[in-house]
Design a binder for this molecule. Structure first.
Ligand code: FAD
Ligand code: NAP
Length: 349
């Protein structure tokens, strides 16, 4: 493990905002992680945990330590006639894991193909696509509690998963480093093809391989490749609005798309609105503001072709949010996590 100084983080975040870490280290084992934490604790450094950098907005100067999770490894813990229990290191690539599972007949992750980033970050925002959320397959999450560094294992229920949300974005934000994720995957394939775009892309064969390939095809046709056009995926969550609010909007805007919310239990009934439609109707699709371009094919994605800084990106997001609020009375919540100059998104040990 090497503790480095003044490291350029622009190549390490898919939005390609210019940013520097005062100190940086990539850890590949639990022992290295504990050593890095001990140094940060001794020096009273602010600590930021980075995976693949595909869901963060980084401010230009991050004081303290940026720790990159590179702990690898896949291990079958248990296998029965119907399912397999798999332990995966937090630093593994998410998409590589999806491919590995597909090739070994472990099912469920096909719809989550091509999501960038690491396995350790997947529970943080309960990654989801095409009607599947990772929480469906999580048995438990292992990690270190901060600031103590104590090893802890949380069950799926304890992770408080919700729509693109979990305890790691809320009560345990900056307080828990995920070191491994334990997945429970069925050996029998049961397709989830309720999303129209996916259903249309699948021909006669509805095998796991066919669903995986269709997901990859549809995503490649619609989403900008961050290696070519910097972006961090959807910049806003689809808003979940109370039923009465949805009905009044529906009366005002009869063409407004909306969706049933099936995978989470809310205290009161809610309906999911399509943030991309709201942004488009507010006149933002394809528009450029402060060097940030709202993607033509998916208005939820803010792209950063000029590699402008976090301030410009966040100002653009604010301008969009203000317009959507003025037109529809709906608040858009940002999806990526901010690592701020003043410690936002990090923790002081
Ligand atoms: P990072 O961006 O590095 O970190 C994200 C957050 O997780 C930060 O707060 C960080 O501190 C925390 N974190 C990371 N690793 C750990 C760890 N080991 N322990 C504790 N905290 C940690 N998301 C979806 O849900 N569905 C999609 O379909 C989807 N598609 C995308 C498409 C594109 C083109 C892009 C660029 C992004 C997309 N995303 C999508 C968003 C993103 O890929 C996911 O949120 C992904 O899980 C982030 O992984 P990462 O390793 O890059 O996390
Ligand atoms: P899409 O298929 O064009 O759908 C547009 C929106 O409508 C999506 O946001 C989706 O909600 C919703 N939707 C469509 N059919 C639905 C149904 N049957 N039930 C409930 N909701 C439905 O979306 P897309 O932009 O091409 O993305 C495809 C999938 O990849 C989506 O699930 C999306 O969330 C995911 N994705 C996520 C990110 C990210 O960064 N978070 C980036 C790219 C793609 P949901 O978003 O809730 O699924």
């Amino acid at each position: 493990m090497q503790m480095q100084r003044d490291i350029d983080l622009q190549p390490l975040n898919t939005l390609a905002v210019p940013a520097k870490a005062e100190h940086f280290c990539a850890v590949t084992t639990l022992a290295e992680l504990q050593t890095a934490l001990a140094v940060a604790r001794k020096e009273h450094w602010q600590l930021y945990v980075l995976g693949g950098g595909s869901n963060v907005v980084l401010h230009p100067q991050l004081g303290g330590l940026v720790l990159q999770m590179n702990i690898k490894g896949r291990e079958i813990l248990h296998r029965t006639a119907t399912e397999v229990i798999l332990r995966v290191g937090a630093g593994e690539s998410w998409h590589d894991l999806v491919e590995y599972c597909l090739n070994n007949g472990f099912h469920g992750l096909e719809n989550l193909a091509l999501i960038p980033g690491t396995v350790g970050a997947a529970p943080v925002q309960n990654i989801g696509a095409y009607g599947v959320e990772i929480c469906r397959f999580i048995d438990r999450v292992e990690g270190l509690s901060l600031p103590s560094g104590e090893s802890i294992s949380l069950t799926a229920a304890e992770c408080e998963f919700a729509y693109r949300d979990s305890i790691f974005k809320n009560r345990l934000r900056g307080q828990f480093i995920i070191t491994a994720v334990i997945l429970r995957l069925p050996l029998r394939f049961s397709p989830e093809i309720s999303y129209p775009a996916l259903r249309e892309a699948i021909e006669a064969d509805v095998s796991a391989q066919a669903v995986f390939e269709a997901v990859c095809r549809v995503r490649r046709s619609k989403l900008p490749d961050p290696h070519i056009i910097p972006n961090c995926g959807s910049f806003f969550k689809n808003p979940l609005v109370p039923w009465a609010r949805y009905e009044s909007l529906q009366r005002q805007f009869p063409l407004m798309p909306s969706y049933a919310v099936t995978q989470i239990s809310e205290a009161e009934p809610v309906r999911k609105l399509a943030a991309a439609w709201l942004i488009d109707q507010a006149g933002w699709r394809g528009r450029v503001f402060r060097g940030v371009k709202v993607h033509e094919y998916q208005a939820l994605v803010l792209t950063n072709p000029e590699r402008v800084n976090a301030e410009a990106v966040l100002a653009t997001a604010d301008a969009i949010r203000i317009d959507v609020q003025a037109r529809f009375g709906v608040d858009l919540e940002m999806e990526p996590q901010i690592f701020g100059d003043s410690g936002e998104g990090g923790t002081c040990l």
